[in-house]
Structure formats: C-alpha cells, structure tokens
Design a protein around this ligand. Sequence first.
Ligand code: FES
Ligand code: FES
Length: 172
Amino acid sequence: MMLDPVPPPTPAPVEPVGLHVNGCASDLCLPKGATLLEALRNSLGLTASRFGCGLEQCGACMVLVDDQPRHACQLLAADQTGRIIRTPESLAEDALGRLLIESFIAHQAAQCGYCLGGILITAYAWLRGLKGEPSRAEIARTLDPHLCRCGAHPRILAAVAATARAWLDRPR
Ligand code: FES
Ligand code: FES
C-alpha cells in the first residue's frame, strides 16, 4: 500500500522591519508578530535585555524607546520603525551610564545578573532628569516595575543612590 507523501512544512510568514538600535539602522526580516525583545535578542544579538515573564511584570526586558523605558516583551518590532531604541549595551557609551555601571559593580549589586539590564535602563532614564538627592523611597518607587529574583534589592538601591549622589556632584 502506498502512503500519502508528507507535505513539506509551510514556512512561517516573515516581514521586513527597519529598526534603529544603539545608533545603528538595521533592515531585518522577522517572523510576523515578533516582539521587539525577540528582534533584539534573536536577530541583533543584543542579549542584555532578557525575557523573564513576557507579561510586563518583571522588567527584565526594559529598553529605551524614544528615551522612555518600555517593556520590549510587549512591543511589536514592526511598530518600532522610526523610533530610537537603546538597549543596556549602549549605556557604557556615556558618562551617566558608565557611572551607573561602575556603581553597580562597586556595590556588588549583581547576584545572577538576570534582572540588571532592565534595572540599569530604568535607573538611567530616571537619573537623567534628577534635580536633587532622592530618598530611598523615591528610588524604590522608580524601580518598582522590576523584580530581582535573587533579592538583591538592597544593594541595587544602594548602587542607584550612590550614582545619584555622584551624578549631582559631578563637575560641570
Ligand atoms: S519579560 Fe518583559 S516584563 Fe518580564
Ligand atoms: S541579580 Fe539575579 S535576578 Fe536580580
């Protein structure tokens, strides 16, 4: 008896998407419906933004979109054409970003480090608009969208507080 031949798998639909990330423009071919987080990690190799929950609850995927912290797991990549995107990888390129990273290292704020890319993005965006020395409660409120599964919150708060002091005291 002849068996019916197995039909070849249907290729997943793809779409062209232009993204501007960390100062570089890229023309990508992405699976239809890909999130910005998938595009960053799987197509551009920018893996400092992490997938934690996919539900806007942990903040591990946070990136800057037109200077605002946004959950990359919740954004369609195709909707981000024309926007300026920055990932944690870009933070070492300016003085505030470097100060923040150095402070996290000095305070040993990382345990596994999974949450830190997203936290650095939110802290960086907030510190840029800082007018005066923040209270611990203000810093905690700012970082509220973030979950650190290792429970390193006290060291993370201390690192952001130290960065705030150093940033306000910087020579201008
Ligand atoms: S992975 Fe986006 S909020 Fe958790
Ligand atoms: S350092 Fe491990 S999740 Fe935050």
